[in-house]
Design a protein around this ligand. Structure first.
Ligand SMILES: [Fe+2]
Length: 179
């Protein structure tokens, strides 16, 4: 079940079950109907090699995939976007803590890049809230995909060389500061 869940989430799907006492259990799988241009599927190409960061990125990509255009009402999009914004801030904070403890040399610029992204994302999100058009939704989704994809592959992956072999101090820093 755990492996199925992981595989499904990597393919932007969902898995779950419903149990009725005396009747048994129904397991369900949900696959996205969108074509490939609408979803990003997690692959090793996106791995930064730091567990905490990779898990955060997987969750963010999963959330962005939920913004897929098929049959989504405005309320759902608002709710998912709030999660994207909140999780992004939570993740940037964790990633910055990690960069700090592993003495990542480009910390200041990297933090600025995060800050600028949050501003741009907030602007596009407000624009969508003001005018809930398909176009604004598409612009926001494309921006999120493109930004995350290039940020992970061109910027975040640099962290791995400084984080190698430092799992213990990374975990201590993350748990220590998030308590
Ligand atoms: Fe980053």
């Amino acid at each position: 079940m755990a492996v199925t869940k992981l595989l499904m989430e990597h393919m932007s799907g969902r898995v779950g079950f419903e149990s009725v006492k005396g009747n048994g259990t129904t397991f369900w799988l949900e696959f996205p109907l969108s074509d490939n241009s609408d979803i990003v599927v997690w692959s090793d190409e996106l791995s930064v090699g730091v567990d905490v960061i990779d898990r955060d990125h997987q969750e963010i990509i999963r959330l962005i995939n939920e913004l897929s255009p098929n049959n989504k009402d405005n309320e759902t999009i608002d709710r998912v976007m709030k999660k994207v914004v909140d999780y992004t801030k939570y993740h940037f904070n964790r990633e910055e803590i990690i960069m700090e403890v592993v003495d990542y040399p480009d910390l200041i610029n990297h933090k600025l890049t995060h800050k600028k992204f949050i501003q741009e994302m907030d602007e596009l999100n407000h624009k969508l809230k003001d005018s809930k058009t398909g176009k604004n939704r598409r612009v926001l989704r494309t921006f999120l995909y493109e930004w995350y994809y290039s940020h992970i592959t061109e910027v975040d992956q640099d962290i791995s060389q400084y984080a190698k072999g430092k799992d213990i101090i990374i975990n201590e820093a993350i748990h220590g500061k998030s308590l």
